[in-house]
Design a protein around this ligand. Structure first.
Ligand SMILES: C[S@@+](CC[C@H](N)C(=O)[O-])C[C@H]1O[C@@H](n2cnc3c(N)ncnc32)[C@H](O)[C@@H]1O
Length: 222
């Protein structure tokens, strides 16, 4: 697995060629990415080559309402906010205020702050609140990228929240390759492997598992 262009794949000439010859990053996103690179946990950030794919999918399906499960500094939240129409919405789930505060000024600079609805609490609570508020089947695109052991819960909620033809994108599904034979005490790899195998048989979706970044599954709701 090549990995992300700013971490494991930093010195991979083929990946760097891909980035150099295909990434079209808006200046405000470049600023947020560089700011995020100052954070010691920048390895968590979704790479530009991946956010651009998700922006293209969002435009392709004419997504209006989206959800980010695990926002970190908001690089993909900003990406989605820029890809949706003026009246669109991104519900951004995060538990750490320090991360949210890094992203906020860039949402403002991009003029998309009104599209971003930040929920500073556990993502599962937010997804359950959206369902309780009658928002089932009103979302077009969900990106799952928070605590891995909760992924199955996020996936099941997302399937209820997304409309037919909507997309659930699930990040880190290859977990640096560790899903291939998870160690006995590695509950994260085990959880991801179990979810991958469940999705393979799940008749509620069509799917593609991509080797971009740390592995990205696209689940298209039937
Ligand atoms: C891999 S990072 C997300 C990267 C982000 N999607 C991006 O665009 O760069 C995972 C984030 O999920 C957050 N997180 C962890 N557990 C969470 C939970 N239960 N609810 C909401 N966010 C959570 C972490 O604080 C972290 O910022």
């Amino acid at each position: 697995l090549i990995g992300k262009s700013h971490s494991k794949g930093k010195d991979n000439p083929v990946l760097q060629y891909v980035v150099k010859n295909s990434v079209r990053e808006p200046p405000v996103m470049e600023k947020l990415r560089l700011k995020t690179m100052e954070d010691p946990w920048n390895i968590m950030m979704v790479p530009p080559e991946q956010v651009q794919l998700m922006a293209n999918l969002i435009k392709l399906i004419k997504a209006n309402k989206t959800i980010e499960v695990g926002m970190y500094t908001g690089y993909n939240t900003l990406n989605m906010a820029l890809a949706i129409p003026e009246d669109g919405k991104v519900v951004a789930c995060e538990i750490k205020e320090e991360y949210v505060n890094i992203g906020k000024p860039f949402f403002k600079e991009a003029g998309v702050e009104d599209k971003v609805d930040i929920r500073l609490q556990p993502a599962l609570k937010t997804l359950d609140e959206l369902l309780a508020a009658g928002e089932a089947e009103t979302f077009d695109f969900v990106f799952i990228d928070a605590d891995k052991t909760n992924y199955d819960n996020y996936y099941e909620r997302s399937l209820q929240l997304v409309r037919k033809g909507g997309i659930i994108a699930i990040d880190n599904v290859l977990w640096s390759g560790r899903v291939v034979s998870p160690a006995e005490d590695d509950i994260t790899s085990q959880a991801l492997d179990t979810l991958n195998k469940k999705l393979h048989k799940d008749e509620r979706i069509d799917l593609s598992m991509l080797t971009v970044g740390d592995g990205l599954t696209l689940a298209f709701k039937r």
